[in-house]
Design a protein around this ligand. Sequence first.
Ligand code: ADP
Ligand code: MG
Length: 343
Amino acid sequence: MDKDKRTEIGTLGEFGLIDKISENVQLKHASSLKGIGDDAAVLAPTDLLRVVTTDMLLEGVHFDLSYTPLKHLGFKAVAVNVSDVAAMNAVPTQVTISLGLSNRFSLEAVEELYEGINLAAIHYNLDLVGGDTTASRSGLIIGVTAIGEARKEEISYRSGAKVNDIICATGDLGGAFMGLQVLEREKQVFLSDHKMQPQLEKYSYITGRQLRPDARMDIIHEFRDLHLVPTSMMDISDGLASELFHISRASGVGVAIYEDKLPIDKQTYDTALEFNMDPITCVLNGGEDYELLFTIDQKDFGLLEKHPDIHFIGHVTAQKDGKVLITKSGAAVPLNAQGWQHF
Ligand code: ADP
Ligand code: MG
């Protein structure tokens, strides 16, 4: 694409823009009877339950376009919704995308955003079946709604954790948060001296965690293959501690997690120290990793025991035992859930 080309949205009109968007869309699911192009999409019934989730991303609140490529942003907007579908142990089938565009955005910019959206649609095997486009006076707004499906027995709620279940987490945690710290720091350096180019190579893993998160559908498909249904599940978008609080409250249980079992990447760890932050605090309270937190019955442990990317971080306790972190020295300290604040 010619980087300098700029076509004003106004010259195309809303219909021209929607035509451009639908050009690259191919429907893959038999249940997507009608996608973009009428007043509403039409979906065929199936014998599965449907899950529906929606998330909004606002410029200046959830993303900063000075360091976020639009293609990554499009992918991420879909991925964070797919992550919520995954967290129900369901498989995504359709999405709709609603855009608020300020006049800063050209057709080329919208096309770049949709490149990421379409890549995500292929990666997660889902159909883009509609959306809405409107003008915005406050920067870019992206609203995504995702629909998914699962058999009734497959759905994992937050409320199903039982005493003695094993608490599991996928991947590693705290990386997206530390990646954001690095991107914000380099932005400030650049703003104070435009000759200073951002130094990001050394931080590529964690900045990638922030800019290009991947919902863990791979794990959901493995659960299907193993005939395993987690007793409870959430995705980790607001920080591990905060998600543990949700499971604990919804299930009426306590939790005990072990400091030495918490998964952290070396780059996250080293960068936390460089920023004078406690790596464990980053793991517990950093947001946006989009990994899965789930509990399993002990009888299912053998199915996952050797999995290279699932970590057994603790166990479910009685509600009266509270929510605790067992430190390396063996002390039980109460967990606090600061959550992940965008404000
Ligand atoms: P209406 O005026 O009835 O809301 P629109 O003109 O907004 O209809 O939309 C026409 C078609 O284009 C619909 O199928 C709608 O779902 C789709 N659409 C509109 N905006 C987008 C978008 N940003 N991304 C994908 N599909 C869109
Ligand atoms: Mg509309």
